[in-house]
Design a binder for this molecule. Sequence first.
Ligand SMILES: NC(=O)c1ccc[n+]([C@@H]2O[C@H](COP(=O)([O-])OP(=O)(O)OC[C@H]3O[C@@H](n4cnc5c(N)ncnc54)[C@H](OP(=O)(O)O)[C@@H]3O)[C@@H](O)[C@H]2O)c1
Length: 441
Amino acid sequence: MIRPLAHCTFRYSEFGEAFRLMQASGHIGKLVLVPDRDDVFPVRAPTNFAVRADATYLITGGIEGFGFEAARWLVAQGARAIALLGRRGWETPGCEMRIGELTAAGADVRVYRSDVADRALLAMVLAEIRAGQPPLRGVVHAAAAIDDRLAAEIGPAEVDYVLRPKLAGAIALDALTRDDPIELFLLFSSATTLLGAPGQGAYVAANRALEALARRRHAEGRPALAVGWGPIKDAGYLAQRPAMREALARRLGAVPIPASQALAALPAMLASGLPVVSFAAANWGEARRILPVLGTPLFSEIDYNHRASATDEQLTESLRSLDPEAVQTLLQKVVAEEAGRVLRLPPGDLDRTRPLSELGMDSLMAVELRLALESRLQIDLPLVSLVEGTSVASIAVRLGNGLAARTEGAEIETLAARHGVVNEAVGATARTVVAPKTAAE
Ligand SMILES: NC(=O)c1ccc[n+]([C@@H]2O[C@H](COP(=O)([O-])OP(=O)(O)OC[C@H]3O[C@@H](n4cnc5c(N)ncnc54)[C@H](OP(=O)(O)O)[C@@H]3O)[C@@H](O)[C@H]2O)c1
C-alpha cells in the first residue's frame, strides 16, 4: 500500500492562505492546491495601461484592415503619433483616405513601406521613428499573410509564406525594440489557436508561436499581450471575403463581430495582466456539434459543452435499436442535414445519390462535414472517405457499416468479459474507424 506524504490541502481560491502558511513555515510536508468547480480567485493585479499623447505607436499591417482599425482605436484613445508599416506603403489601396482620417483626428501619421520580417529594413524604420517621432512606447503587430490549404497541400514554401510576416516579424520587433520604453506590445493572434481550423494549419501554428512569444516576454517582465481574435465582420481579410467569413464562422461556430466591438475590449484584456487572451463571440451550442475539441476539459466550464445534445443522444439510441433498413434511412437523413448545412442548401433539395463534389462541396467543406458527422455519431470517418464521387447515400452506407462493426465489437467484448477472456485484438475504443473507400463503392 502506498501512503501519501504528509500534506495539507487547499482549494485554488485559498492559495493566498497556503502561501502564507508556507511563508510562516507553519506546514508539515507538502501543500497541495486542488481545483474546485466553484472556485473564484483573482488572476493578477490589474496592469495600468493608458494610451499616451507623448508616445509613438507602431502598427505593422496597419495601413488597412483590422490593423488600421487598431490605429483608429489608438487615436480615439488619445494617441497622437502613429507609424504604420506595410510592404506596399502608400500604394496600399485607400491609404491616403485613411491616413487623412487619422490626421484630421489630430494624429501625426507616418507611413513606412517595409517588410516587418526583414530585420535590416525594420531596424531602419525604427531608427527613423526614433529620430522623428516621440518615444516608441507601443507596438501592435497585425501584419499577416493568409494561404489556406489542407495539410497534404502544404509544403515549406507555403508554411514560410504564412509564418514569415507573423512570427519572423514578431521576433524582429521583440529583438529590436528592447531598448525602447515599450508599454504596449500587442500581437494579433486568432481564436483558431484554441479551436483549430480546417485548412489553416500554418496560420494556426503562426498564431500559436505569437502567443508563445507573448508568454516568454511576460516571463521576462516585459509588456506583452497576444489576443486571439474571433472573426471580424467589417474590416480586414474576412470582411473582403464574405463566403470565407461565413465558412469559417460555420466551421468554428464563431459569430463575426465589428472591429470596434472587438477593440473596445482591449482595456479589459490589457488590465487582466495575462499574456494571452482570446476574444470571440461564439454560438457554443452550434460549435459543440461541429468541434469535438469542445468536449475536452479545457472547455468544461462552458455550459452544455461537455454533453452531447439531447437530440444527439436520442439519435445514437435510435441507431442502436433500429433494423438495418431504418438505420440507413436515418443515417441518410442525418448526412443530408449536415451536408445541407455545409453547402447552405435545404437538406430536402439534396439529391442523395449525386456526388457531393457536383453539388459544390470542396475539400475543406468535406472536412467540415466529416467533423460534424463524427461529432454527432461519435464515429471516426477518415477524410479519404469523402473523396470525389461520394454521395449522401454512400456516406450513409459507410457509416452504417462502421456502426454495425462497433456493435459487433461491443458484443464480442461483452462475451469475452463474461467468459473471462482478455483479448487485446477486440479493441476497447468507444469510437469506430470507418474503413477507407474501396474501389467497388
Ligand atoms: N480579420 C479578421 O477577421 C481577423 C480575425 C482574427 C485575427 N486577425 C488578425 O488580425 C491581423 C490583421 O488581419 P486583417 O484581416 O486585417 O489582414 P489583412 O487585411 O490581410 O491585412 C494584413 C496586412 O499585413 C500587411 N503585411 C503582410 N505581410 C507583411 C510583412 N511581411 N511586412 C509588413 N506588413 C505585412 C499587409 O500589407 P502588405 O501586403 O502591403 O504588406 C496587410 O496590410 C492579422 O494578424 C490577423 O491574423 C484578423
